[in-house]
Design a protein around this ligand. Structure first.
Ligand SMILES: *[C@@H]1O[C@H](CO)[C@@H](O)[C@H](O)[C@H]1NC(C)=O
Ligand SMILES: *[C@@H]1O[C@H](CO)[C@@H](O)[C@H](O)[C@H]1NC(C)=O
Length: 315
């Protein structure tokens, strides 16, 4: 199949557990074996104006235990379709309907010729790559396996990556890629502050109910996709795009691990809630008596109004 020659992970017969994104056994065929992949609430999606709705109740998340001491260690592993780092059970997030404990993080990316490997897109635009930090609902479930098929089981943070300056925090993971070149290889990574992988602004994000982006595609994920991308250098992105293989080290036909992103899914009659106002700030009024602030936003020459109690405003 000439359309699939440069894509990894095509030999379903040999590696039944390999994830396949393109060719005859590609993502369009996932539902045959994994019915949820053809079902409702699927991810990723494209964020475009028609489906976005501002929600003033969306607070910034709080990250507890994210600053991991360098004497602790994470395990980084090549699982044959991504590079995954197991996190510590002492890490969790607050300000969601439940407390969610960290499980692992992993990445999705494109290839050296087409650095458009993010899963979520914004107005149809791909970013270079995407980091997912997976958490499970530890108030209701004992572990991630028990949680992953439950409607309120998972919360995933997504960070869009774009090319910019060198990122020393991502390098704390990326410098170990040469030790996880092949499937099933693993390496220890000294602890560091996982908060450094997130964008500076944590208050602006997209929030919606969706699914795992890999089979079995359970519709169990409360997504938080940060609005502001994080920069990594061109060299760092190239390292991500070229460092790893889906195959084991002794495989005579190595397959490059590239293009491990799922295409955006249908999103009819659903909404994405956003914690930020789209459009330009037009003007604000402070009503002293009621102690509220009203701001007018201008978008596509239409005006939108929003009120806040001034106690909720910080600056
Ligand atoms: C990138 O392009 C080169 C030259 O066209 C080609 O040989 C190579 O297979 C491509 N690599 C990937 C990963 O698509
Ligand atoms: C993270 O922890 C280290 C010590 O383990 C400390 O030096 C550093 O200031 C902490 N960083 C933050 C942002 O709290």
């Amino acid at each position: 199949d000439p359309n699939s020659t440069c894509h990894a992970c095509l030999r379903l017969d040999k590696y039944v557990f390999l994830l396949i994104y393109t060719g005859p056994d590609g993502e369009k065929a996932w539902p045959k074996k994994y019915p949820f992949c053809g079902g409702v609430f699927q991810s990723p999606i494209d964020f475009h104006k028609d489906i976005l709705q501002y929600d003033s109740n969306l607070l910034p998340l709080e990250f507890i235990g994210y600053n991991v001491s360098s004497t602790d260690q994470f395990t980084l592993i090549n699982n044959g379709h991504s590079v995954k780092m197991y996190l510590l059970p002492s890490m969790y997030i607050r300000n969601l309907p439940f407390e969610y404990t960290a499980s692992q993080l992993h990445l999705h990316w494109g290839n050296r010729n087409k650095s458009e490997g993010s899963e979520h897109t914004v107005s149809g635009k791909h970013f270079a790559a995407e980091l997912h930090i997976v958490h499970y609902n530890s108030e209701k479930y004992p572990d991630v396996t028990a949680a992953m098929d439950k409607a309120d089981g998972l919360a995933v943070l997504a960070i869009l990556l774009e090319i910019g300056s060198f990122n020393p925090s991502y390098e704390k993971i990326f410098r170990h890629f040469r030790n996880v070149k092949y499937k099933d290889q693993m390496v220890r990574v000294p602890g560091f502050n996982i908060r450094e992988l997130l964008p500076d602004r944590l208050d602006e994000y997209y929030r919606y109910e969706g699914s795992l982006t890999t089979p079995p595609c359970y519709p169990s994920v409360l997504w938080t996709v940060f609005r502001h991308p994080v920069k990594i250098s061109h060299e760092q992105l190239l390292a991500l795009e070229t460092a790893m293989y889906c195959t084991e080290s002794d495989d005579p036909e190595p397959l490059e691990m590239v293009n491990n992103f799922r295409n955006v899914q249908e999103f009819h009659e659903r909404l994405v809630f956003i914690s930020f106002r789209e459009g330009e700030l037009y003007e604000c009024f402070y009503a002293k008596k009621q102690c509220t602030v009203t701001c007018i936003f201008k978008r596509k020459s239409r005006l939108y109004k929003n009120d806040w109690p001034s106690s909720k405003l910080s600056n």
